[in-house]
Design a protein around this ligand. Sequence first.
Ligand code: PLP
Length: 621
Amino acid sequence: YLVPNWSNGWFRVNDDGQMEVTPSPGLHVVIQDVVESVLERGESLPVIIRFPQVLSGRVKQLNEAFHKAIDEYKYKGAYQGVFPIKVNQRRLVVETIAQAGYSYAHGLEAGSKAELALCLAQKLNPDALLCCNGFKDDGFIKLALWGRTLGKNVVITLEKYSELERILKQARALGVKPAIGVRFKLHARGSGQWEESGGDQAKFGLNAYELLRVVEKLREENMLDSLVMLHTHIGSQITDIRRIKVAVREATQTYAGLIAAGAQLKYLNVGGGLGVDYDGSKTTFYASMNYTLAEYAADIVYTVQEVCKARSVPEPTIVSESGRALTAHHSVLVMPVVDVTGPTRDLQDIPEAGENTHQIVKDMEEVLDNITARNYREMYNDAVGDKQTLHNLFDLGYVTLSDRARGEALFNAILRKISKLIAGEKYVPDELEDLQKVLADKYICNFSLFQSLPDNWAIQALFPIVPLSRLDEKPTRQGTLVDITCDSDGKIEKFIDLRDVKATLPLHEPNGKPYYLGVFLAGAYQDVLGSSHNLFGKVSEAHVTARPGGRYHIDLFVRGQKARRMIESMGYEEGMLRDSIEDQADEAIKEGLLTDEQETELLEDYGEELLGYTYLEYEEA
Ligand code: PLP
């Protein structure tokens, strides 16, 4: 499961083969113990376990990395991070980051009016930045300006030139001096899945001419000192450090150019993009990154300094807007396996041959009887061809349903036999590569992909998935994961690997005891992008802090959304639903379909489900 490769020291397998979290140096918690505590409280799974200490630890690591680089290079400016709350607006997340970041003057970034309203209410260090990005109407701008009157270091970033006029108008009307940032469209681009966020065609930002016009306009208004920040962002999850260096160089040259034009910028904001090594491969693959946090900080500080020295301009306060890298590690989604199906375990016996068995079925019998270690490739190709023919003949009415059943069972038996022959072989011929996938079990997990891991569905994001226990036991099965939505897309068939993406995950044979899978590094974006497909609602959350001696405390348990809430979010009212059921039950009594006692029971069961968790409420595999 490559735990040491991707865990960044936050997770490990203990001597008993269980997944442990190390939320703080020297403190270890067995994750399955927390799951059992949740169940003992009478709560149901799935559950997201959040570790606020991990969040605080990430804030510390990020800030310390920049401070170290600043000391090392004797950089004259400072570093201040901001957390873009769109990555995870959960109260625990924002409040923990604000608190952990207080001493570092770590700020927040809002991209909408609602996010700004939330950010303004947070207790931040007075020097901490509150950056306002995204398209803005007058209400957004006014709220940001009011923020300045509250003593907050609010910077309004221009995403397009026309916003400037509106900011100046609102500022004059309120009598508040604005602090303005300006987002520049770098021609440099990121690498990985969000490349398009940068480059000339980017959705946000001003071009060089517009940038200079901003300076001119502010000079005319005698407000040049209001322009405090240059902002750039080349996309999230930048996999290649070289792209970051190139972009930071261009950004710093632009900063120097603005200084030369008369601006008095204080902050150079390099945006987000600090990656997360989801697969642990340390490469430029989209789920990885070829650099460390220390290298990221050092390269940014070094590059900014180098350009500033060459251009003889002051070294600015460097700002970065890391979201993914701060939040990904802090939570684990725990989902129980509720059943396992698959071609090698569903009804393995082969139905008896009928009297007039079709020749194609006889051919398949022969293939099964004659497979050997020498000829399995040829036999596999024959079997695939025969199965195709079997189905074609069935469609034309030449093969009976019983022959089809026998043929399909023979095909599965052929696959099982071949898989035994190739088990353990290092070299698997190309045409057999998908055999593992065909033969794989389907582990049915009590969760919704659309609610809990939307990026896996939408953009093939990879997350490390690991059983929480039995890790001292060799997994003997290969499986894919399916969720409980009625959507065939609700499945996970891509898993991390050091060289490629794997189609199956090694898993343990069910042994009658609960088997939990943990999805790691899912703390960024997933909580907030999820949707309620099939009315599966928000998952319950346990906020856990580690204590010495392997102990832990569940500080808060937030129950997942109830069915009633999900139904009401679609415009229905609970009373309306209950009345309808009651009316129908009364009718049914009249028609003799139901007794009075049964009606009472029915209404009780209905009411209970409305108040229940939307996920399956049984656990055993
Ligand atoms: N800043 C801006 C302007 C963004 O658009 C984003 C997200 O893409 C971020 C910061 C956060 O990026 P990341 O999560 O990669 O740190």
